[in-house]
Design a protein around this ligand. Structure first.
Ligand code: CA
Length: 229
């Protein structure tokens, strides 16, 4: 068994830090969160993490300085920096201080998750990258989907939605959750984009195989059958 990858979330905005922590725990990470740059630095120097999510504007010590000091101290843990929208200058500075990747706010949670998985893959094969539900298989590393021996072509958005459903197989995914995690935080629930994409997915992973993996839970959301339908 792989052990849970350890992530340190450094973010001083409580709502975002809370949402990230909850999401990453559900997705199998062991999460610690801190809201201050100096505390982040101390924490990273005192125990090992597999990956660090680092906001730039922080009390105590700015994110870029945290990153620079970690690298100077010989800590090579992958760092994903969170920047303001259009923060190209921040992104360049982040790379110069030794950050491995960056994501501009506001971002989709699933995109953050995919980036973290990519960083973990580069730094070592600790994380299970394949999701399965019966004969339905989603290979996150190769970005491939198959049903039995049949390859299924998915668009990036379809892939991300199916990844969400499969990572919580057997549990109800609410519309709000899906909109927040697969699209962006600003989409209202009056949008029918989720229903449209559930339709696309069913026509690819279920209908051609005479299966029903994606169930509708009336008034609640959608649930993927852990046996694959
Ligand atoms: Ca901040």
């Amino acid at each position: 068994m792989n052990t849970a990858p350890r992530v340190l979330v450094v973010e001083d905005e409580p709502a975002l830090a809370g949402a990230l922590t909850d999401g990453l725990r559900q997705d199998g990470f062991a999460v610690e969160k801190v809201a201050d740059g100096l505390v982040a630095l101390d924490t990273c120097l005192s125990r090992p993490f597999d990956v660090i999510v680092l906001d730039l504007m922080l009390p105590g010590l700015a994110g870029l300085d945290v990153c620079a000091r970690l690298r100077r101290a010989g800590v090579s843990t992958p760092v994903l920096v969170l920047t303001a929208r259009n923060g190209e200058r921040d992104q360049l500075s982040a790379f110069h201080t030794g950050a491995d990747d960056f994501l501009a706010k506001p971002f989709s949670y699933r995109v953050l998750l995919a980036r973290l998985h990519a960083l973990l893959r580069r730094s070592g094969p600790r994380v299970a990258t394949t999701l399965t539900a019966g004969d339905l298989v989603l290979d996150r590393a190769a970005r491939r989907c198959t049903r039995g021996a049949v390859p299924i072509e998915l668009t990036p958005r379809e892939f991300t939605l199916l990844e969400l459903l499969m990572s919580r197989a057997g549990k109800v995914i609410t519309k709000r959750q899906a909109l927040d995690e697969v699209w962006d935080l600003a989409l209202g629930e009056e949008s029918n984009v989720l229903e449209v994409y559930i339709g696309y997915l069913r026509r690819k992973i279920d209908l051609p195989f005479g299966r029903r993996a994606i169930g509708t839970v009336r008034g609640a959301g959608y649930r993927l059958d852990p046996d694959g339908g």
